[in-house]
Design a protein around this ligand. Structure first.
Ligand code: HEM
Length: 399
């Protein structure tokens, strides 16, 4: 949906940029965002209802540090696909936001995460062994889509038979270009979560749904509506992001022989390689909404303006990193905006890093040499989290 340029937007700031549907996304979603590097630090597109785009680390960091000016509600671009009222965690602004985030303490408890490692490793080994003898797989569907959903369902205590249905709904909520498809999928996943929340209220389970639904906010019980919103946010936050990162990482290693062999020779580089690839990929593009008229980095912003933050433009900013577009597994500072910043800094980052590290460790141990199938071509997708489909990997099977 394209709109007229608002009067406060200078004509020279207007660019063509549709983060769902630009034609370049299929070839390379990263490149489609990176083409805005080197231009003004705030530009405006008439696509998707009209919105600003922040193109440097400095602007994005300034926005994330000022939630009183740059609100997380409405959360999505275009506005009509956002919820009608702010919902925890992602859409609530500080200071109230902190009260909800306190319920997620288990996610960032290093002891709990370390205790999770053996299960994560077993799941990964099971998945790799399931495809190894075939000498190939379509990575996105056979591994990338399954692994993170196994993990989040374990965390939430959800039954394994619901897996395929949840994968499908999450994909639609996050990536479908049609707002009606997104809305319908969101309603369906909420109906599912509503049932689970009701089952766990008052119980003694040690899963994350039980911790949330039986938690307290300001000394009162969490309401059903709050619990449903929080659990839904966890499911959406933890699936597509990990799936997309794993799939891009598998594709990168299949197509970069030197990098892949470097990890095969020296697996101790894997933890840093994960952080470097997370930085280089920086797949999420989140938004904020301006709360009051303000001059900001040389432009006039009006209350209600939305600003997209393609985090890749911050993580691959030469003002922050030398040779920012190069992947260097020995890079000392891998600081990035991949997990956002400020009060909404991703609470699942430790679990995400664990999943990605174990994926590469176990894969490289069993399949150190692999490639893309001859003549195959991966296809990029846009949206809040850029994705990659049709990643046909091949390897030689040792008998
Ligand atoms: C590589 C994987 C991941 C990436 C790149 C990622 C990225 C992000 C980003 C950018 C945000 C901030 C949104 C904002 O500022 O508005 C966020 C929030 C969030 N993430 Fe993650 N995430 C990942 C994995 C996970 C996992 C595994 C979980 C759960 C186990 C999770 C749960 C959440 C939740 C609940 C929020 C909302 C937090 C809040 O608004 O306070 N994420 N994530």
């Amino acid at each position: 949906m394209e709109v007229q340029a608002p009067s406060h937007v200078p004509a020279e700031r207007i660019v063509q940029f549709d983060y769902f549907a630009d034609p370049g996304i299929a070839d390379d979603p990263r490149a489609n965002s990176l083409r805005l590097r080197g231009g003004p630090s705030l530009v405006y597109t008439l696509n998707n209802g009209g919105h600003w785009i922040a193109t440097t680390a400095a602007v994005i960091n300034d926005m994330l540090a000022q939630p009183e000016v740059f609100s997380s509600f409405p959360y999505l671009i275009p506005k009509q696909v956002s919820s009608p009222t702010p919902r925890p965690f992602a859409e609530i602004d500080a200071p109230d936001h902190g009260k909800y985030r306190a319920l997620l303490a288990p996610l960032t408890n290093p002891k709990l995460i370390a205790g999770f490692e053996a299960d994560v490793r077993n799941l990964m080994v099971e998945l790799i062994e399931g495809v190894y003898a075939k000498g190939g797989c379509e990575f996105h569907v056979e591994i990338g889509q399954k692994f993170p959903i196994f993990i989040i369902m374990k965390l939430l205590g959800l039954p394994p038979q619901d897996r395929d249905m949840l994968i499908d709904l999450t994909d639609k909520v996050i990536n479908a270009a049609d707002p009606d498809v997104r809305r319908k999928a969101r309603d369906q996943s909420e109906a599912y979560v509503t049932r689970k929340v009701a089952e766990r209220r008052g119980g003694a389970g040690d899963d994350l749904i039980s911790a949330i639904v039986n938690g307290q906010i300001d000394g009162r019980a969490v309401t059903d509506a709050e619990a449903i919103a929080m659990v839904t946010n966890l499911v959406h936050g933890g699936l597509d992001t990990v799936r997309a990162n794993m799939t891009f990482m598998a594709h990168f290693l299949a197509t970069h022989d030197d990098h892949r062999r470097q990890l095969a020779r020296d697996p101790s580089l894997i933890p840093n390689a994960v952080d470097e690839l997370l930085r280089w990929l920086s797949l999420p593009s989140l938004a904020r909404c301006v709360k009051r008229d303000i001059e900001f980095h040389g432009v006039q912003l009006k209350a209600g303006d939305q600003i997209l933050m393609p985090f890749i433009l911050g993580s691959c900013d030469e003002a922050v990193h030398q040779n920012a577009l190069a992947v260097d597994f020995t890079r000392k500072d891998t600081k990035s905006l991949t997990f956002s910043g400020g009060p909404h800094f991703c609470p699942g980052r430790a679990i995400a890093r664990l999943e990605l590290r174990i994926f590469i460790e176990e894969w490289m141990e069993r399949i150190p040499e692999f490639r893309l199938a001859t003549g195959s071509r991966a296809v990029g997708t846009g949206g809040v989290v850029a994705g990659l489909r049709n990643v046909e990997l091949r390897w030689d099977v040792e008998r």
